[in-house]
Write a protein that binds this ligand. Structure first.
Ligand SMILES: [Zn+2]
Length: 346
């Protein structure tokens, strides 16, 4: 079969690889759709020391079970499924508290196991056994279901933000993840939701969603004045940083209202992980600062259920589809801000 194989920085080749064969307990999926993640883009541009090439990337997928050697599994041949891609091996304090994303005894699809930028993908026995496959029983297209994985990551952040009717929310970064954060904030009942970005194209796209205003970030800081105006001088009660930028993190603490909750959803590059922050904002404004990494199984379940319900605008989040042969074109579309999510049809 033809698969998109990662060989190192700037090297993803669509090439012929052997079809996977199953051992006991494993399940084979025919991949119908696999969206391209920001981390795929980062891996392509900068490499990733956690991934040993050659490796088939792609972890935001929806597929159909075409073969199964898993007796008693919750899915059968013919079922369409999505997958929680974190696979804990053994248990520790974190798995016991339902925070599988934090365990060190985990493997992950497309990092330790071949992913879904290929027509066929093997699901490890441990994942099947843990019930990581979720059957899709509605008519929702596979392209839309493929965003269950990133949506689960977004929901993980929200499980610590507890947004509700009393909140005004600012999301910094109007890429697909930022927009998902904004939509979730709205669904949670936020009074006002604003998106910030430096890219006018992204801001333009953001206005097609249910947000109150898409605000351009300027070097002179005029966006901070605009935010003050829009929040009656108080500043927002929640700020989410959905862009990998130390400047955005610093801005988040600056913009946040008193007693606000701030979430650093995006990390910084591992080669430059420090940022200059005015930490007195945390002190004087009594901010609550949280981080967010990957997702818990319960977050994935919530994302799966929300997509299933049809109440999430997944059809507008995925703006482009490409055949596998043109997979690397996705990266340019994402970088320019022309695309939100690009979905590959292998
Ligand atoms: Zn992802």
């Amino acid at each position: 079969m033809l698969a998109a194989v990662y060989h190192g920085k700037e090297e993803i080749w669509v090439e012929s690889v052997p079809e996977p064969t199953l051992d006991d307990g494993e399940v084979l999926l025919q991949i119908e759709a696999c969206s391209v993640c920001g981390t795929d883009l980062r891996t392509y541009r900068h490499g990733d020391p956690k991934i040993t090439p050659p490796r088939i990337l792609g972890h935001e997928f929806c597929g159909r079970v075409v073969e199964s050697r898993a007796v008693g599994a919750n899915v059968r041949v013919g079922d369409r499924v999505v997958m929680y891609i974190v696979i804990p091996h053994g248990s520790d304090r974190y798995t016991e508290m339902g925070r599988e994303n934090l365990t060190t005894h985990r493997t992950t699809m497309s990092y330790h196991h071949d992913g879904a930028f290929a027509p066929l993908m093997k699901v490890p026995a441990r994942a099947v056994e843990l019930g990581n496959l979720f059957p899709v029983t509605s008519e929702i297209p596979s392209v839309q279901m493929s965003i269950a994985e990133p949506l689960g990551c977004v929901i993980n952040a929200h499980s610590r933000l507890n947004i509700g009717l009393k909140d005004t929310v600012i999301v910094i970064g109007a890429g697909p993840i930022g927009i998902m954060h904004a939509v979730i904030a709205r669904l949670q009942g936020a009074q006002k939701v604003f998106l910030l970005d430096v890219n006018p194209r992204r801001l333009e796209m953001a206005t097609q969603f249910d947000v109150d205003e898409a605000i351009p970030v300027t070097a002179d800081g005029s966006h901070r004045e605009r935010i003050k105006e829009l929040t009656e001088g108080y500043g927002p009660s929640v700020v989410i940083v959905a862009v990998s930028s130390g400047q955005a993190q610093a801005d988040a603490l600056e913009i946040a209202g008193k007693a606000a909750r701030v979430n650093f959803f995006a990390g910084l590059p591992k080669t430059a992980p420090t940022a200059e922050l005015n930490v007195n904002h945390i002190h004087y404004k009594e901010l609550e600062l949280s981080g967010s990494y990957s997702e818990k199984k319960s977050d994935f379940q919530a994302a799966y259920a929300l997509l299933h319900s049809g109440r999430f605008p997944a059809d507008r989040i995925v703006t482009h589809t490409l055949p596998l042969s043109r997979m690397t074109e996705a990266f340019g579309l994402m970088e320019s801000g022309e695309a939100l999510k690009v979905c590959i049809l292998p």
